[in-house]
Design a protein. Structure first.
Length: 158
């Protein structure tokens, strides 16, 4: 149930606070760079999360379709840097934050599962790990089918 309330939300990581004036500006520029048309009315709310270091931005979209379009376009972020979105940012800001990452807003338990799965991926036990609508999927081989992971025990039993 808790994950369902986060269904329309994404987290944006990698954009330094000194690069922008409002979090909505980041969301709109990012959507434009990802070639996903949105308007300010499509953003229900956005703000910085209270974390140490470079604070991520959380954004809740007015509907799930907009969030899905942006999240599905995240592969294009490999070619986009902070300096592309914010050319007027200071040189130090552009150097410090070069990559931008988009994540679904997961519950702490699901984040723990994803983190463990990513450790297994780095150790060579899994091929890939991803989330879609709050659900966690892994692949163990290139020709294998995606496996849905519901809890830590599912990961350990692979």
């Amino acid at each position: 149930m808790e994950q369902y309330t986060r269904k329309n939300s994404l987290e944006i990581h990698g954009v330094s606070e000194s690069a922008y004036s409002t979090t909505e500006e980041v969301v709109l520029k990012l959507a434009e760079a990802l070639e996903v048309p949105i308007t300010p009315q499509d953003v229900e709310i956005s703000h910085k999360l209270k974390r140490k270091g470079n604070k991520p931005i959380i954004v809740k979209f007015a509907n799930h379709k907009i969030k899905s379009n942006i999240y599905k376009s995240r592969a294009k972020l490999k070619n986009i840097q902070v300096s592309n979105l914010f050319p007027s940012a200071t040189a130090a800001t552009r150097v410090a934050g070069d990559r931008i990452f988009l994540f679904e807003n997961l519950t702490s338990y699901r984040k723990k599962i994803v983190n463990r799965a990513n450790e297994m991926r780095r150790d060579g036990l899994l091929l890939s790990v991803w989330t879609l609508d709050g659900k966690i999927y892994v692949k163990t081989s290139p020709e294998g089918r995606p496996i849905k992971i519901n809890d830590l025990e599912d990961l350990e039993n692979l």
